[in-house]
Design a binder for this molecule. Structure first.
Ligand code: ADP
Ligand code: MG
Length: 405
């Protein structure tokens, strides 16, 4: 099993997927723009070979270089778990005739309007929306859809350039900020809780399903620095309030013709219990979500993903044992972390429920909370009871305080 893995070392979360592939017996050829001598040793040891390209996002250039490099070697899979490379992986598959998701299918997971059209065509509940390219188109669409609405890039990620607009006056203020965005979605705003529906699929059929709830919704968390964003992987998937989201998720996978691997969908649960589609990607959720799911099942989904994409088997435990909550912290002030308050008490309170403490420590430089979901680090807890997990997460959010100078 010879596998080309695009960007095996960046972002850092990719590293475990290289390990997973090697552990299920794949020969892994890495391609990335990290120079070979800067590859972390915990990636290098899993790669049979590695090609450094100058710009991993330059699709034509990468395709030509990789084709030259691999000439004469037969390749069974082209894989990536990083969103910006999903289309490139599909293009390489088509060029070389390798099995897996093709370009047309991948477009349904990347282009937010194509995605919504396909999901809508399957009769599923999707926010009303339109593709917009000019200020005039935005104004016309806003008239049609009404307020409040959402404006966001067609190929967005991490809430970048995403605006919740509640009136025409606000729209006029937001429009100049969207000048750098060539194409946007103008969308009906859905009031409600925001959750995910994550899967590992074999030929589009989920062999693992997981739901996490965001607290608060990502757009709010991304707009207010003082918030400590929480996400909780929910142990009990059989509770009635989640049934609509699971049914929606399964139907979306069919509508978009999912193949093998991870999917990460976001959906809204409205006050009257309706599940509304948000977006979906054909890769795992970031910001520690795979680790959270691993702690939920006591599984190694990095390896099981690899087993699925290489061999079409999945061998992780099926029993959901824990709710798993992650809390991201943001320090007050700029520069380097100077002190952390409340951590010792919090750790004592949660005891063995704490599975990770990856907060930055004094002396380390703050991360840019607008650029990275992980902010200044996180803590993670797990417990069989949801309310108890939530309580520990809320305590971390309010009682742990980080300062920087
Ligand atoms: N139609 C909508 N209604 C309500 N909130 C939305 C809507 N679209 C986006 N959002 C908010 O903006 C965030 C980012 O939008 P999303 O479509 O998930 O793009 P991204 O690729 O940046 O994650 C969502 O997580 C949600 O909080
Ligand atoms: Mg999103």
């Amino acid at each position: 099993m010879r596998v080309v893995l695009l960007s095996p070392a960046y972002p850092a979360e990719m590293i475990n997927f290289s390990r997973g592939l090697a552990e299920v017996g794949a020969t892994v050829y890495g391609v990335g723009d990290t120079p070979r001598d800067q590859l972390p040793p915990n990636v290098k040891r899993y790669l049979a070979d590695y090609l450094t390209v100058p710009r991993i996002l330059d699709e034509v250039d990468v395709m030509n270089r990789v084709s030259d490099w691999l000439r004469g070697r037969y390749i069974d899979r082209v894989l990536t778990v990083w969103e910006p490379l999903v289309m490139l992986a599909a293009r390489l598959r088509e060029r070389w005739g390798v099995p897996g998701m093709n370009v047309e299918t991948a477009r349904g997971f990347r282009d937010k309007e194509v995605m919504k059209q396909r999901v809508r065509a399957a009769g599923l509940r999707v926010p009303r929306s339109r593709r917009v390219r000019t200020a005039a188109e935005v104004r016309a669409t806003a008239e049609e859809i009404g307020y409040p609405l959402i404006l966001k890039p067609i190929a967005g990620a991490g809430c970048a350039d995403t605006y919740h607009v509640t009136s025409q006056q606000e729209l006029e203020k937001v429009l100049p900020r969207l000048r750098g965005v060539p194409e946007a979605s103008c969308e009906e705003y859905i009031e409600g809780d925001e959750l995910t529906y994550d899967t590992v699929c074999i030929r589009g059929e989920p062999v693992m399903e997981n739901i996490t709830q965001y607290l608060p919704k990502p757009l709010e968390a991304r707009t207010n620095e003082w918030i400590s964003p929480i996400a909780i992987s929910i142990r009990d998937m059989s509770q009635p309030k989640l049934a609509g989201g699971i049914a929606l998720g399964r139907a979306v996978l069919k509508a978009l013709n999912m193949d093998d691997g991870f999917t990460h969908m976001e959906w809204y649960l409205t006050k009257n219990g309706e599940a509304v589609f948000g977006e979906i990607a054909c890769r795992p959720g970031g910001a520690g979500l795979v680790d959270q799911m691993n702690y939920t099942y006591d599984a190694d989904l990095f390896r099981e993903w690899a087993r699925v994409v290489c061999w079409g088997h999945f061998e992780a435990p099926r029993e959901r044992k824990y709710n798993v909550g992650i809390v991201f912290k943001r320090a007050q002030g700029f520069g380097h972390i100077t002190r952390i308050e409340g951590l010792v008490d919090w750790l004592r309170m949660c005891g063995s429920c704490v599975v990770e403490d990856k907060l930055l420590r004094p002396g380390m430089h703050r991360r840019d909370w607008r650029q990275t979901q992980t902010s200044d680090g996180h803590v993670m807890v797990r417990h069989p009871d949801f309310e108890e997990t939530l309580r520990m997460c809320q305590a971390a959010a309010t009682q742990i305080r980080m300062y920087a100078q």
